[in-house]
Design a binder for this molecule. Structure first.
Ligand code: NAI
Ligand SMILES: O=C(O)C1=N[C@H](C(=O)O)C[C@H](O)C1
Length: 268
């Protein structure tokens, strides 16, 4: 039997980080190597497993990866948190699964630069269902591209009240997938006033924030007479957490490069 995969989790005290810690602890083929969070976190020094509610891990929440023996990093933090752990990964030649969304263009460039020297799995959603929905969306866009009367594409995402970025990284990726096939260049973020008749050249994006919703996306193709809706709904955060662990495992030993979850899942 091969040695367990040693995983460091960045953002380990957060909503997602705790589920990743729990997932790693439940995985017989993995072990928690480090649990990182921000310098200002009130959780520094606490046991990561106890914090996640799954029993003592023997790994304390700390600010930096330091000299921890580690095979791969999983990041569910903030754009700044990602930038800082990314430079540690490059220095130590460690693969990373990047889940954090809401990155600026320059931060995305920094991820691309890192991927020149280490394997990076970069996915706005590590959920299997979401990544299958992305394939279905590309198929629908291709099929409806030339439909008589045209198809209006609207993307609605729903997330918990604590989410800081909008629209979700996943909704933006759905929009890019549609644009790359159908050619709409304008992303319309909500509507108000009298915007007038809807042009085909736009994709509408709508971000709903409510309660503790762990993430839902609907992609509507509205035609004259009928609507096709592709919908995917998360019920727990474990689909993201388990997907990120699978991605970290997949990345170990790969050549440097920017990879997607579709490659991890064999969908590409
Ligand atoms: N790709 C995917 O499948 C998914 C991505 N996400 C994304 O993951 C990110 C985190 O989401 P949540 O866990 O809900 O947020 P959260 O706010 O609960 O957790 C973020 C954690 O990062 C920590 N943090 C802040 N600055 C840091 C730094 N400099 N270094 C290390 N840690 C730092 C915070 O203290 C907090 O514990 C968001 O960008 C979210 O959109 C969330 C779910 C799924
Ligand atoms: O913040 C979240 O919760 C989520 N964020 C990701 C995104 O922005 O797409 C993925 C998932 O939908 C949950």
């Amino acid at each position: 039997m091969s040695a367990p995969l040693r995983i460091a989790v960045n953002g380990a005290a957060g909503r997602m980080g705790r589920r990743v810690v729990a997932g790693v602890m439940a995985d017989e083929g993995a072990t928690l190597a480090a649990a990182l969070d921000s310098a200002g976190s009130p959780h520094l020094g606490l046991d990561a497993g106890d914090l996640a509610g799954v029993g003592t891990a023997g790994v304390l929440i700390s600010q930096s990866i330091g000299a921890a023996k580690c095979d791969a990093v999983i990041d569910f933090s903030t754009p700044d948190g990602l930038m800082s752990v990314l430079s540690s990964c490059v220095k130590r030649d460690l693969p990373i699964a990047v889940a954090t969304t809401g990155l600026s263009e320059s931060q995305i460039d920094a991820v691309r630069t890192a991927a020149e020297t280490i394997p990076v799995v970069f996915a706005p959603s590590f959920s299997t269902a979401v990544n299958v929905a992305m394939r279905l969306t590309a198929l629908a866009a291709q099929a409806l591209k030339e439909t008589p009367g045209g198809a209006d594409v609207e993307i609605i995402e729903r997330h918990h009240r604590f989410k800081e970025d909008a629209p979700s990284g996943t909704a933006l990726r759905f929009a890019e997938i549609v644009r790359d096939v159908m050619g709409q260049e304008d992303f319309a973020h909500g509507r108000e006033g009298r915007p007038g008749a809807r042009p085909h050249s736009e994709i509408g994006l709508h971000a709903v924030r409510e309660g503790d919703n762990v993430g839902e996306h609907s992609i509507l193709f509205g035609m004259l007479g009928e609507t096709l809706e592709i919908a995917v709904r998360g019920r727990t955060r474990d689909s993201y957490a388990n997907g990120s662990i699978a991605a970290a495992r997949w990345a170990v030993g790969r050549p440097p490069g920017m990879y997607g979850m579709d490659e991890v899942l064999g969908l590409k």
